[in-house]
Design a protein around this ligand. Structure first.
Ligand SMILES: [Zn+2]
Length: 45
């Protein structure tokens, strides 16, 4: 399950919002980047 975040309005866009075209449905910006689940597993060896 991947989410995208709009670079312009910082809205979280699900895959349902962008069926074919990667574009923000809120502001119409094309600049969205993939939002990873923040899992910072720092292994201290
Ligand atoms: Zn936007």
């Amino acid at each position: 399950m991947s989410e995208y975040k709009c670079f312009s309005c910082n809205k979280i866009l699900g895959m349902d919002h962008m069926k074919k075209r990667i574009r923000c449905v809120y502001c119409g910006s094309k600049i969205v980047f993939k939002r990873r689940s923040v899992s910072t597993t720092v292994e201290a060896v």
